[in-house]
Design a protein around this ligand. Structure first.
Ligand code: THU
Length: 160
């Protein structure tokens, strides 16, 4: 019998200590929470992706009365980026969330399905995608999707 441990490495930044580009990306994610459609959960999530040419695209969670038909902010954003800019890598993705009390103090961890889509985005571009999870108390920064999704299933398993 053997045991294995996965270590997840990330950094907690005070918002003010982020680079100018990262602060702008986080602000874009915060702003995107205001375009969320969340009449059921009242949990408004915004995401902002910075492409390799500096373009920023944003998205938000879009809910539906048939609950599983809705989509999280992260996937809305990454699918939009893929649909509009198929040849561009995503260098960084920022996520923020707001509830009835405003922007959340602690960062919102992406759901498993969104992590899987992030992995595909990163694998597709063959370069690390940084993930910035915003909370009013600080920002968690992951240098690669591999830091938030261990034991990844990707396209390499489907090759002959
Ligand atoms: N949600 C996101 O958009 N991203 C996350 O990382 C977590 C959850 C959305 C889905 C749903 O609209 C609402 O938040 C409550 O789960």
């Amino acid at each position: 019998m053997k045991e294995f441990t996965h270590v997840c490495h990330y950094t907690l930044y005070p918002f003010d200590e982020l680079s100018d580009a990262d602060r702008a990306l986080v602000l874009a994610a915060q702003e995107a929470t205001q375009r969320s459609y969340a009449p059921y959960s009242h949990f408004h999530v915004g995401a902002a992706a910075r492409l390799d040419d500096g373009t920023v695209v944003t998205g938000s969670n879009q809910e539906n009365a048939a609950f599983p038909s809705g989509l999280c902010a992260e996937r809305t954003t990454l699918f939009y980026a893929g649909a509009q800019y198929p040849d561009r890598a995503v260098d960084a993705l920022a996520i923020a969330a707001a509830d009835a009390n405003g922007l959340t103090p602690t960062p919102t961890p992406p759901c498993g399905a969104c992590r899987q889509v992030m992995l595909e985005t990163e694998t597709r571009s063959r370069r690390p995608m940084r993930i910035l999870l915003y909370g009013t108390q600080g920002v968690y920064v992951f240098e690669s999707v591999s830091q938030i999704l261990p034991l990844t299933f990707d396209g390499s398993f489907l090759k002959e």
